[in-house]
Design a protein around this ligand. Structure first.
Ligand code: CP
Ligand code: NVA
Length: 304
């Protein structure tokens, strides 16, 4: 079993991971040696704080071991991806890969002989969505029927929330002036729309008023943030997206919880005041990445 996108998992699998992750969080000692002698390889083309730490520290806390491979310091760039993944598969029990392109994570999963986890590509961020579902279950005691409005750039994180909506019966409304061209998944949007768990709106206030959760993410994905060739596009986006910033005015009078996958760009997609607002559960959400990564790894290894 792999986790390339949430669509690959059944609803039962997703709910088992959510419940299992909560059990791990509440009784970590029960799982302390469960992965003794087991290894995880993290293979990253992009930067990371949460996903990397969740994988590495999660394995340590489960009694296993993790090895972090920065793509640029490996020989992956010199060879066929499939050959190197076959080799890696013979060393470890699970591979967590953060690749730029979705097609590469699919190729990796095809040639791996151990489970492969997508640690965020241009199209999806499924481990984020698992942590988010866990956080919503923890906060509301349910996922089904919870109303979430995603505000900002329709991107990989937004796609995985829509996929999560399909699995858990969570209703996702997207208020986004633009969709990242690399993140268009017409099949997912159609399926979720038909299931009645996804709609697009241009009425920000109305959508927030009907929400339990308001969620945002960066307007610029990490691989472009420091790219000087992206400067003009960055400036353009700041103008287009400014009215979609989550701030005190936009959220005034709304009894919602505010989520963000982090890293937050204070003053851009979210104001610093909202990061610190009592309605923000961003830091609990970030902590849950650790517990949900442990739940996922145990599920993939048949140990949950
Ligand atoms: N939310 C998230 O995936 O964070 P990192 O990019 O730091 O892993
Ligand atoms: N959409 C963001 C998510 C970061 C966790 C990105 O891809 O950079």
């Amino acid at each position: 079993m792999n986790l390339i996108s949430l669509q690959n998992l059944s609803t039962t699998d997703v709910m088992e991971i959510v419940e299992g992750s909560l059990a791990i969080k509440n009784n970590p000692e029960r799982y302390a040696n469960i992965l003794s002698g087991r290894s995880l390889a993290l293979l990253f083309q992009k930067t990371s704080t949460r996903t990397r730490c969740a994988g590495e520290i999660g394995m340590t806390q489960l009694g296993g071991h993790a090895v972090y491979l920065d793509w640029r310091t490996t020989n992956f760039g010199l060879a066929d991806l499939r050959d190197e993944i076959r080799v890696l598969s013979s060393y470890v029990d699970v591979i967590l890969a953060r690749f730029l392109k979705h097609a590469d994570i699919v190729r990796a999963a095809e040639s791996a002989t151990v489970p492969v986890i997508n640690g965020c590509c241009d199209l999806y961020h499924p481990t984020q969505a698992l942590g988010d579902l866990m956080t919503i279950q923890e906060k509301f005691g349910r996922i089904e029927g919870v109303k979430l409005t995603y505000v900002g750039m329709h991107n990989n994180v937004c796609n995985s929330l829509i996929a999560a909506g399909l699995k858990g019966g969570m209703e996702v409304t997207v208020v986004a002036p633009e969709t990242n061209p690399a993140s268009i998944d017409a099949k997912l949007f159609e399926a979720a729309e038909q299931a009645g768990v996804y709609k697009v709106s241009d009425q920000l206030q109305d959508a927030i008023a009907k929400s339990d959760v308001v969620y945002t993410d960066t307007w610029i994905d990490m691989e472009f943030f420091m790219d000087t060739a992206f400067e003009a596009e960055k400036k353009r986006r700041m103008k287009v997206f400014a009215p979609y910033q989550l701030n005190k005015e936009v959220l005034a009078g709304h009894d919602v919880v505010v989520m963000h996958c982090l890293p937050a760009h204070r003053g851009y997609e979210v104001s610093g005041e909202i990061v610190e607002d009592p309605r923000s559960i961003m830091f609990e959400q970030a902590e849950n990445r650790l517990h949900s990564m442990k739940g996922l790894i145990l599920k993939l290894l048949g140990k949950l």
